[in-house]
Design a protein around this ligand. Structure first.
Ligand code: LMR
Length: 395
């Protein structure tokens, strides 16, 4: 009956993570999947989340509504837009709880497929591979706009502007506003303003995918692009709490649609609820309660903000440490990119062949594109990673 079913080629990130787990070498280093680990290489349980867990305990578990937990949705809105944002004051943002950031992008794609069908979806080149997959699953064709300038290891801004200007009016454009995955390079404020002008003039529909809020500069500053954009035009914003709450397996995310007015927002919210109902009915509760409790309590929220800051500064110091140790081994390898890029990822410029050599010979796992998750570096493993990096770079 299923004889014709093709084998799954594997996911470039999740399947690689499975291979890492199966690797018997004790000295292996996981710099593949976008997961933050602490200096001991462990997934942190944040103190704020632990305190929230004690507060919520375990009580009955009714279904959440299709749109998710009310306090959670409010927390999403104030975190992304800031409490005084005009779009919130005017009650024109429709927000739902989603199954992580992936679920948010997936529901955004389903919503757009139904209400804005037949448009081209443009994603950055390169991007998180699943952007293509999620929009294609919803029935769209995906194309790319230039983003990465290999020679300068920075944003190909002119190429990006030209492509967005040349795209059909009303195209769907997926933008990562901060901590771009996989390159680690973001638009600066002037570039954000210029891109906003192009997007608004062309009537493009922007889907912001913000999975790393707090890992760039701060929770507030990382949201600045989205906040300014939402003052100018309607847009969709997918966000994730996987990384900044260290709640990967709880699948906590959100989707917010900024609308023209309150009436439009009500109708959009209804359609988002329907999209959720048709897909999985409603979100699970425990993770939602944890996030809602932290975001809804001033003390816990302040504690959490500090914990996000701790994660961010550790990643920055690991970038510097790796750059130093590579430089100590060789001054022929340019490591400026490590400290110029930000967030969880660095785009190393290593070829797939070099990445394979690091994995097979040294047990150092990077994604095939050359993406390194700097959040997996520790003082203990940096010497091994530096050596491996220099050896494959000079081979
Ligand atoms: C990543 O890019 O490694 C993370 O966002 C995890 C994922 O779902 O791919």
């Amino acid at each position: 009956m299923f004889g014709q079913v093709e084998a799954f080629a594997g996911d470039p990130i999740l399947s690689l993570n499975d291979s890492f787990k199966a690797d018997p070498r004790a000295e292996k280093v996981n710099l593949s999947i976008g997961v933050y680990t602490d200096e001991q290489g462990r997934l942190p349980v944040l103190g704020s989340v632990r305190a929230a867990h004690e507060r919520i305990g375990f009580a009955e578990r009714p279904y959440l509504p299709m749109e998710g937990h009310a306090g959670y949705r409010e927390g999403v809105q104030t975190l992304i837009f800031g409490a005084g944002h005009p779009a919130l004051a005017e009650k024109r943002v429709a927000t739902i709880q989603t199954l992580g950031g992936t679920g948010a992008v997936g529901i955004a794609a389903d919503f757009l497929a139904k209400h804005c069908p037949g448009r081209t979806v443009l994603v950055s080149d390169p991007t998180w591979d699943n952007h293509h997959g999620l929009f294609q699953r919803a029935g769209f064709k995906t194309a790319t706009y230039p983003y990465w300038n290999r020679a300068s290891r920075s944003v190909d801004f002119d190429g990006m502007v030209k492509a967005l200007e040349a795209a059909a009016p009303g195209s769907i454009v997926v933008l990562q506003p901060v901590c771009h995955n996989p390159t680690g390079v973001d638009l600066n404020e002037a570039q954000q303003a210029a891109i906003t002008d192009v997007l608004v003039a062309k009537g493009h529909i922007v889907v912001f995918d913000m999975a790393y809020q707090g890992f760039g500069t701060s929770l507030e500053e990382d949201a600045a692009f989205v906040r300014r954009y939402a003052e100018r035009a309607s847009c969709l914003v997918a966000n994730s709490f996987s990384k900044n709450f260290s709640l990967y397996g709880e699948r906590c995310g959100g989707l917010s649609v900024v609308c023209r007015d309150g009436d439009e927002a009500e109708r959009v919210l209804g359609q988002l609820k329907l999209a959720v109902r048709r897909s999985y009915s409603s979100s699970p509760m425990t993770g939602g309660l944890l996030v809602a409790t932290v975001l809804g309590n001033d003390d816990l929220r302040a504690q959490w903000t500090q914990e996000v800051e701790t994660m961010r500064t550790r990643m920055d110091s690991m970038r510097r440490l790796l750059a130093e140790q590579i430089r100590a081994l060789s001054n022929e390898v340019d490591v400026g990119f490590l400290t110029n890029q930000r967030g969880m990822f660095s785009f190393t410029g290593l070829t797939e062949q070099q990445v394979t050599a690091m994995r097979e010979r040294d047990g150092v796992y990077l994604v095939g594109s050359g993406r390194m998750c700097v959040a997996g570096l520790t003082e203990a493993n940096v010497p091994r990673v530096a050596r491996s990096f220099v050896e494959v770079s000079q081979a």
